[in-house]
Design a protein around this ligand. Structure first.
Ligand code: ATP
Length: 636
């Protein structure tokens, strides 16, 4: 835990140079991180971990980075472990000489299968001594697990897990199981890993000299790695370039590559047309319908292959054969390759209308045959990032749009350009907004056209502003929140959960912060479904990375596992809840008035829920708009 600059990697290397890094080294580092809360200290620990590996066994840096990110491959490659808790429980029972019933009851008690594995292994006397686990061995075995398919694959996967557990000692079983469940959750986000990777690269002797003019090399290096990752989310490529040429050369060596998804540009919330006009004063901008479907980035390569990626860079190609057919048919003959940014929206061809998001969510997720498709979709195209081998990111939206409009034929219900208008007039924009709502859209996205109008990968940008219809007209946007606790239902809701404690995520403190008790907005069936799913996520006590407030005691605590869209009348300062604590008030948090469940957001991970920063921003914006009208203290 020494500060990175005073840290000598050779002092902690406990294996022979260039020999495989022991898995115990990584497990102990995870343990250390899980006991820390602050982002800066955690970044330092991860940086030291990576420096040590670079110093001793650089060949192992790729698996170390993947495992630290709780991944086995880039999301876009679609390689998944494909194991559920049931297989892990079976492997654990076999490896520890226990019954499955015993493991399950321990799981219920401890709420963490990793802890069950650790306790079971440590109480077991082993006859045969196994070779110590290495990071490479664990990583390779995870790949073998992912690649098993067909008959007997579950049995084979189980045997791979068993082989790892047999050899695992100390805290290794805990982390093997959590990594297998993709629930490492030791309290740090991928952005911290990226920052640490940049900093570790600065410290390596060979490439340590920053180019002239850089005042704070560690900060700059962290920024570079984050930026490069946002256009090329592939650790194999980034790590090998870092090791070979160092961090200062990274942007030249690792650039955006067709076929690899870039992080999508995102928008900021606003609450009125006048707020938009204020923000975009003197700037040329355009208003587009905000369609309510699923974001898609479609990569059509020179060789004719097509891939469709989700908002989270996951491969969705198998889900949308109809979309592949539409874009292939409707691209003009002059187009040999492209990357299209668009929204896929459920569509009724008979009535020629857009259908709600809920209809789209009933579509099967994997390997759909075109003939089996029941819910048709229309591609609403709004941006073009690449065309015929040329990158368009750096061009302004006006130019990107011209390319978009001249590269595709529109066909109603199959591929349409996002409906747009260009106006500076409040009333005209308001009218356009109303039309968007009439056309079953969520509202508008207003974008700069000429100045400050490049495509900003992975960024929630000030140059894209969203204006959504809210039933209260008070809060400009809905929030995406994570259920972390539940209250048993009474009366009509007996047998299901009646209310939930929901939380936002604080990226600096790496914690979920309670924001409100949510009990309305659920349809009966929905509440049943959520209750059934969340019952399997019950944990005996709140995680160390939950910040809830002392007086908050739900009947059960829940693993942070899903994200819900929630609307509310407004935000209010709260002495009880902890959201954005310290951001608008030094001791109080923020809560919601009249929260209402809207839907599940399967496209977001818990760490991608609304951040405490966004919530503080929304609170401040609300305060500006309603000065004097707020009763700021709730007495919940
Ligand atoms: P939201 O809940 O509002 O979708 P979000 O966090 O997913 O929030 P935002 O940046 O807030 O993303 O909103 C942008 C989203 O709106 C995009 O990810 C995209 O899926 C969708 N969208 C619909 N129409 C457009 C459009 N014309 N331009 C850009 N994005 C659009």
């Amino acid at each position: 835990k020494k500060k990175p600059e005073n840290f000598d990697p050779s002092s902690v290397v406990c294996w022979e140079k260039n020999k495989p890094v022991p898995f115990l080294f990584l497990s102990l580092a995870f343990d250390l991180i899980s006991k820390e809360r602050g982002r800066i200290v955690i970044t330092e620990i991860v940086c030291n971990l990576l420096r040590t590996v670079i110093h001793a066994t650089p060949d192992d840096l790729v698996p170390v980075v993947y495992l630290s990110a709780n991944k086995i491959a880039p999301a876009y490659k679609g390689l998944e472990l494909g194991i559920g808790d049931a297989s892990i429980i079976r492997a654990l029972a076999d490896a520890c000489g226990r019954t499955e019933k015993h493991i399950k009851s321990q799981y219920k008690k401890k709420g963490d299968l990793g802890l069950v594995a650790q306790a079971s292994r440590s109480s077991q006397t082993t006859m045969r001594k196994h070779d110590a686990l290495t990071i490479r061995k664990v990583f390779d075995t995870f790949h073998l697990i992912a690649k098993e398919s067909g008959k007997d694959s579950q049995e084979k996967k189980k045997n791979h897990i068993k082989s790892l557990l047999f050899a695992a000692t100390d805290c290794e079983p805990l982390y093997i199981i959590r990594l297998l469940q993709t629930k490492l959750r030791i309290g740090y986000a991928e952005q911290t890993l990226l920052a640490a990777l940049g900093q570790a690269a600065v410290h390596t002797e060979e490439h340590s000299n920053p180019p002239p003019g850089i005042k704070s090399p560690l900060e700059e290096a962290a920024k570079i790695v984050k930026k490069v990752y946002s256009v090329l989310p592939d650790y194999d490529k980034i790590v090998s370039a870092l090791l070979k040429d160092g961090v200062w050369e990274l942007p030249k060596k690792c650039d955006f590559t067709p076929g690899v998804p870039v992080g999508p540009m995102l928008s900021k919330a606003t609450k009125s047309v006048s707020e938009i006009l204020n923000k975009f004063q003197g700037v040329e901008f355009t208003c587009e319908y905000k369609y309510d479907g699923e974001r898609a980035q479609i990569h059509f390569l020179e060789n004719g292959s097509v891939e469709i990626y989700s908002r989270n860079a996951e491969r969705n190609t198998g889900k949308y054969p109809d979309v592949i057919a539409a874009v292939s048919r409707l691209k003009k003959t002059t187009v040999s390759s492209f990357i299209l940014d668009c929204e896929l929206v459920a569509y009724d061809h008979g009535k020629q209308t857009i259908l709600p998001f809920q209809v789209l969510s009933t579509r099967s997720r994997k390997n759909v045959a075109k003939s089996d498709i029941k819910v048709a979709v229309c591609v609403f195209a709004f941006d073009l990032l690449h065309l015929n081998g040329h990158k368009l990111f750096q061009e302004n939206l006006k130019i990107r749009r011209e390319h978009l409009y001249t590269s595709f034929e529109e066909e109603s219900g199959f591929l349409q350009f996002a409906t747009s208008t260009t106006s500076n007039d409040v009333e005209e924009i308001q009218e356009f907004f109303d039309k968007a709502i009439e056309a079953s859209c969520e509202g508008l996205i207003v974008k700069t056209l000429h100045e400050d109008a490049t495509y900003e990968p992975s960024k929630r940008s000030n140059n894209w502003l969203k204006l959504k219809k809210d039933y209260t007209d008070n809060l400009g946007d809905s929030l995406d929140l994570v259920p972390i606790g539940a209250f048993h239902g009474r009366g009509k809701r007996t047998g299901v959960y009646g209310a939930f404690l929901v939380a936002c995520y604080d990226n600096e403190r790496n914690e979920f912060q309670s924001i409100v008790r949510l009990a309305t907005g659920f349809k009966e069936q929905e509440l049943k479904e959520r209750s059934t799913i969340l019952r399997s996520k019950v944990i005996p006590k709140p995680k160390a990375y939950y910040s809830c407030g002392e007086s908050i005691n739900p009947d059960v605590w829940l693993e942070a596992s899903e994200v819900w869209e929630v609307k509310a009348a407004d935000l209010t300062i709260s002495p009880v809840y902890r959201a954005a604590e310290g951001k608008v008030d030094s001791v109080k948090g923020i809560s919601l008035r009249f929260p209402r469940f809207i839907r599940v957001r399967p496209d977001k991970t818990p760490e991608q829920s609304s951040s405490s920063e966004q919530i503080a921003e929304m609170y401040n914006a609300q305060k500006l708009n309603h000065t004097g009208q707020q009763d700021d203290d709730e007495d919940d």
